[in-house]
Design a protein around this ligand. Structure first.
Ligand code: HBI
Ligand code: FE
Length: 291
């Protein structure tokens, strides 16, 4: 089901049955540690005033700025004490059912590799900066921690019901590209945005994309793109709202989703709460793969 390019068919050499591999922190080179520091510093120039308070507080709590790529052993001691989550290393994208099983057990699968210095912005697959800087700070929040575990449990059930595409859209428009209404304006909590220097600005300030109020079943029907800025961002009122919405029984929701038509990526429905009616000027520029 995954939208990413290559997903392994079976655990590669050296991986355990659950696809985890040792982080092997000592093997990282000086250049790789410097790449982490460069990416971290660049984001911290942009994110104050753009990232949600909950994200910035999580980043602070995990202390990921001690110089170089975080050692999972040290980071996990802090994370586990906060919400019971730990980060495990995987060789790359893992099959959906493996991914869901880890989430359902409060384990977040992170890539082990970091992008090359000459490809800071052209990331095809989630590297350790996307996964750890982007995703992990949110796991220090109890409501988000509960949401991600519920997502994993929901994924295991959805797989059997043919609902993975709907669930992947929910993940995409919250965990990866979600915005939240903070006291002083819209803020970023989605990992795909918060780990990107360019999209952190585009998502909040560009007039091209739509920004619409989050509505669970509407989001589950909305198509998305995987290789360029989003054409729509959904805004939640609070992280607690996400948790509340996913702790309900998805059975009836899956019933309704089954026959429902997908919603075009740039559509604005009469029922939508509209924060920004985008121009889609950016989207018009290039042909991109629609998922
Ligand atoms: N595997 N390692 C890894 N990381 C992901 O974010 C990931 C994955 N496999 C599948 C997947 N994401 C998406 O298809 C989810 O929507 C399930
Ligand atoms: Fe991600």
């Amino acid at each position: 089901m995954s939208d990413f390019e290559h997903v392994f068919e079976k655990p590669p050499e050296g991986a355990a049955a659950d696809w985890t591999i040792p982080q092997n922190w000592r093997a990282y080179t000086e250049v790789e540690h410097q790449t982490w520091d460069t990416l971290y510093a660049r984001q911290m120039n942009i994110l104050p005033g753009r990232a949600a308070d909950v994200f910035l507080r999580g980043l602070e709590a995990l202390d990921l700025n001690t110089g170089g790529i975080p050692d999972f052993g040290l980071m996990n001691a802090k994370l586990q004490a906060l919400t019971g989550w730990t980060v495990v290393c995987v060789p790359g994208l893992v099959p959906d059912e493996v991914f869901f099983d880890h989430l359902a057990n409060r384990r977040f699968p992170s890539g082990q590799f970091i992008r090359k210095p000459d490809q800071l912005d052209s990331l095809q697959e989630p590297d350790i900066f996307h996964d750890v800087f982007g995703h992990v700070p949110m796991l220090t929040d109890p409501d988000f921690a509960a949401y991600m575990q519920a997502y994993g449990q929901g994924g295991q059930r959805a797989a059997g019901l043919g609902m993975l595409p709907n669930l992947a859209r929910l993940y995409w428009y919250t965990v990866e590209f979600g915005l939240v209404q903070d006291p002083d304006g819209l803020r970023i909590y989605g990992a795909g945005i918060v780990s990107s220097a360019t999209e952190s600005v585009f998502a909040l300030e560009d007039s091209s994309p739509n920004r619409l109020g989050f509505e669970l079943e509407r989001v589950m029907r909305t198509l998305y793109r995987i290789d360029d800025f989003q054409q729509v961002y959904f805004v939640i009122d609070s992280i607690e709202q996400l948790k509340r919405e996913t702790l309900q029984d998805f059975g009836p929701i899956y019933q309704r989703q089954n026959g429902a038509e997908a919603i075009a990526i740039d559509a604005i429905l009469p029922t939508d709460k509209v924060y920004t009616r985008g121009t889609q000027a950016y989207a018009g520029k290039g042909g991109r793969f629609a998922a």
